[in-house]
Design a protein around this ligand. Structure first.
Ligand code: UDP
Ligand code: MG
Length: 314
């Protein structure tokens, strides 16, 4: 039988968290009275995480374990779990007991209201101030301003998705925090609810301060993708065309000075500016055309469409 809900949890070196995690999942999910599965993805742990999962498996019939061959990172582990999920609704969360499964019903009821994505907001976040809360406050502010998908907390792993929405995208690199942005590009309805957050009790965080910088790079990538995914030539072509045009005007003016007024132009900075504008303009136009080829290959090779249908009424 197909479950209604799939909960996807990546774990990497979380040996002491496994047993209490499964207990709290059992408590939170058995009250739902709906069929569910929990997919725990072991992301190449070096400790007893996988052994503990296997040992506890007989006790929990709803548990599915996916063991990756090495540590591929949190985004890849989420993707592996989502690929194996069979539920209509997919909930993702961390396996370190910082997210609370007791919040899952709250997320589900928002989905049932008609949203495609419900993101958790750790309003009272229990992480170190300097290394975590401040950088992520800044990152959240920027992401919200620039992507126009207004959430308070992109980094919270506890999120719920309608399966067809999340299965329609591929999460590369470390882009899992941008899933709401990526799916809203496809027209998904996104909202957020406040969720609880607990300090980490066992094991250590896998990330340091350098993550903030990477998140900013990822933001750049997502913004770029959002703007140029379907018509790169328009943006490259516009700036390239303007530069080419300005360069052409400058060089025409200098040509006029030389041949009609007999002035020397070899020493003029304007000459170099004009040449640079022409070269840069040609380059940008060429990049735009190449980007068009890449985008076409992307859509055709992946069988993706440039639109998304919510429903068909006949
Ligand atoms: N995780 C993972 N693979 C990794 C790093 C982390 O599966 O390479 C898991 C980790 O076990 C935890 C979740 O991702 O369940 C979040 O990691 P962590 O708690 O270290 O991040 P933080 O809460 O400090 O942002
Ligand atoms: Mg954590």
């Amino acid at each position: 039988m197909k479950p209604y809900l799939s909960v996807v949890i990546p774990v990497y070196n979380e040996e002491d968290n496994i047993a209490p995690l499964l207990v709290s999942l059992e408590r939170a999910l058995s009250n739902l009275n709906k069929p569910f599965e929990v997919i725990v993805v072991d992301d190449g742990s070096h400790d007893q995480t996988l052994a503990k999962l296997k040992a506890l498996k007989p006790r929990y019939p709803w548990l599915k374990i996916i063991a990756l061959r090495r540590n591929f990172g949190q985004s890849a582990a989420f993707t592996a779990g989502i690929d194996h999920a069979r539920g209509e609704i997919i909930v993702t969360m961390d396996g370190d007991l910082q997210n609370d499964p007791a919040d899952i019903p709250k997320l589900l009821s928002k989905i049932e209201e008609g949203y495609d994505v419900v993101s958790g907001w750790r309003k009272d976040r229990r992480d170190p101030l300097i290394s975590r809360k401040i950088p992520s406050f800044l990152a959240n502010f920027l992401i919200s301003r620039l992507t126009k998908v207004r959430l308070h907390d992109y980094g919270c792993s506890l999120k719920a998705y309608r399966a067809e929405v999340i299965k329609g995208i591929t999460i590369y690199g470390e882009l899992h925090r941008f899933i709401p942005v990526l799916v809203s590009l496809g027209g998904a309805r996104v909202t957020e609810v406040e969720v609880r957050h607990h300090p980490r009790r066992f094991g250590r965080s896998k990330y340091g301060l350098s993550r903030t910088y990477r998140v900013l790079l990822d933001l750049l990538l997502v913004l770029f993708f959002r703007k140029f995914a379907t018509k790169p030539l328009h943006i490259f072509g516009l700036t390239g065309g303007i530069m080419l045009f300005l360069g052409f005007i400058i060089e025409s003016y200098l040509t006029f000075l030389k041949f009609f007024l007999g002035q020397k132009i070899g020493h003029r900075p304007l000459l170099i500016l004009g040449v640079l504008l022409i070269l840069a303009g040609i380059n940008l136009l060429g990049t735009g055309l190449l980007a068009e080829l890449v985008i076409r290959t992307y859509y055709e090779a992946s069988g993706r469409r440039i639109y998304n249908v919510r429903e068909v009424i006949e």
